[in-house]
Write a protein that binds this ligand. Sequence first.
Ligand SMILES: Cc1ncc(COP(=O)(O)O)c(C=O)c1O
Length: 441
Amino acid sequence: MPAQYRITGTGAESIATSVEQAISQGSLAPGDLLPPIRDVAGRLGVNPNTVAAAYRILRERGAVETAGRRGTRVRNRPATTPRSALGLDVPEGARDLSTGNPDPALLPIGASRLWIRPGPPVVYGQPPMSDELVNHARAALTADGVPPHHLAVTSGALDGIERALTAHLRPGDRVAVEDPGWANLLDLLAALRLNAEPVRVDDDGPLVADLARALGRGVRALVVTTRAQNPTGAALSADRAAALGKLLAGRSDDVLLVEDDHCAGIAGVPLHALAGSTGHWAFVRSASKAYGPDLRLAILAGDQRTVERVQGRLRLGPGWVSHLLQDLAVTLWSDEAATRLVRKAERRYADTRVRLRAALADRGVIAYGRSGLNVWIPVPDETVAITRLLNTGWAAAPGSRFRIATPAGMRITIADLNVGEIDPLADSIAEAMHVAGRRCV
Ligand SMILES: Cc1ncc(COP(=O)(O)O)c(C=O)c1O
């Protein structure tokens, strides 16, 4: 056992708490192996079953994961740690392209001088969604072919996804997810004690054969990113959406479909939604990427049962999403200057993606990024590539955050990349992929 932390306690709960504390203090780092159960039991003078129960508690809280004989390790991003502590260690002076953030200069929420004029105070017992937001959401969703009859508002996409999943699933259920896929979603599944079933993606979205296999393995839900898939930039094409919809229609009674449309407005590609192809579904459209993550607001459309369960459970928690935020969202969505800025952001992101991918192709480097804020680059060894890139002043996100069973890669967030930075960055990436003078892909 490393000297810098000590597991203490005599019961499962106190042993688990001491491990959790070591993780939050940083003396147990992501990826660190916990000591074997028997060693801890011997040292603490307790029954091995007690330590096994403590490790199970930690697993259920999303703090650790167990990979068969390879033992129990601290999760990459333990669910018992505050979000702010989870960033990469980017050295001072390095250009940070690891964040996944939109460009703050292109967010209407920062640039506009909009002030909402709140209506009469909202008190308990009023409808959770303002009429203006309902009207706006209905018009926008209808235009995109998403059935808009039942709606809820949640505190962002991840909150909506969690609420849709917990409306139908129980711990131990399997959920089909994209691989590579959004790290926060993978962490959420672990924290909800749901099992991720990987489905590979190409530029056009989840592979049909992989989804068919996942369905055959009994998944109870599927989470699909409509466009701007994180980290690969994939987006559902019309053909892929039709093929996936057909596959799902045959399973419409027992599989929940959740769609994450987090980049509406700035994705750079049209929407081809699956919404409505299953009996239970939720389509979650977040305002985070186009308007600003701090808006913490997403529209959730779905079938009546799903939406009513989400509303009902919301009522027993936060109650509703503040009407002040709802008014602000409607104001932003209706404001001409804000709309112009969002369109400009969409063009800028598309242009930067295309330029970076072209510059990489010129240097013989394969890169993906059909839509959104990121470019995904397969690499032979993430640690080597990320370290070499960092040595030339650029920080990228390691693919290990996003992968379950797919090969290594790294994610470059292009949102605030300047045109002048593209060639030097492409040179550094190409360099980082060469080992001892030869390409190692
Ligand atoms: C795939 C995906 N979905 C959703 C979000 C945003 O979620 P939220 O609306 O919770 O901020 C992100 C942010 O990075 C994302 O990558």
